[in-house]
Design a protein around this ligand. Structure first.
Ligand SMILES: Cc1cc2nc3c(=O)[nH]c(=O)nc-3n(C[C@H](O)[C@H](O)[C@H](O)COP(=O)(O)O)c2cc1C
Length: 205
């Protein structure tokens, strides 16, 4: 397992989620770790075709179980979910859910759900790890604003034996630099990165 955290920045623009990802990276590094920030918008991912190929192709692995495997960068984006000791997501809310780029990539995770169902050890044998997320939303209200995003992320990550540990949710963050104006939020995010890295790497016992 590489000793590098994976931080997925999931916005379609350079804004609050990118800033949150950077704060998470700072937190991990302050705790003595290393982190890779992956900006989803920089990677082309094709839509799941719902073709059933991943169900029939039992011998497939990371880059070839999906019929689209070699045609885009989905596999490259999945690789850290197999190797990272801890995983972070920083994302905006779009229409009460995750942005379409993130959802498109999540749907491509169906191949791992199939592999886990088939009890293939390269997926079902992955070590248990934790995930941490930061969500920003423009609206100041909305009781159920984050529910859809949290549920999708939870069930997507379960394919990799990654369980949600902590999430930070910020309302009323809308303009590019709104998050930067909230020093208390920024501190919380940095702290979460720090604590998560410590938790992921602390010796057992
Ligand atoms: C397509 C789209 C849909 C959005 N839908 C919502 C929404 O349902 N609820 C909400 O509170 N904010 C919504 N927003 C606002 C964003 O969540 C907000 O601007 C956020 O700060 C963007 O994060 P970013 O700077 O990381 O891109 C939406 C923005 C866009 C572009």
């Amino acid at each position: 397992m590489t000793a590098q955290a994976a931080i997925y920045a999931c916005s379609h623009r350079r804004g609050n989620s990118d800033h949150a990802a950077e704060l998470l990276r700072q937190g991990v590094e302050k705790a003595g770790g290393k982190a890779e920030v992956i900006r989803l918008r920089k990677h082309e991912v094709l839509h799941c075709l719902a073709c059933g190929y991943c169900d029939s192709n039992k011998d497939g692995r990371l880059a070839d179980r999906c019929v689209l495997g070699a045609r885009d960068e989905a596999a490259k984006l999945f690789a850290p979910l197999f190797a990272a000791p801890v995983v972070f997501f920083a994302s905006p809310i779009y229409f009460y859910h995750v942005p379409s780029r993130l959802k498109t990539w999540m749907d491509r995770g169906q191949q791992f759900w199939q592999a886990a169902m088939d009890k293939e050890p390269w997926v079902s044998g992955l070590p248990r790890r934790k995930s941490y997320s930061v969500f920003v939303a423009g609206r100041p209200q909305g009781e159920r604003l984050f529910e859809g995003a949290l549920l999708s992320l939870k069930y997507f990550l379960l394919n990799f034996n990654i369980r949600p540990e902590q999430t930070l949710q910020y309302r009323g963050i809308d303009e590019f630099k709104d998050l930067e104006g909230h020093e208390n939020y920024c501190k919380e995010i940095r702290r979460m990165g720090y604590d998560a890295w410590q938790d992921a790497t602390e010796p057992l016992g």
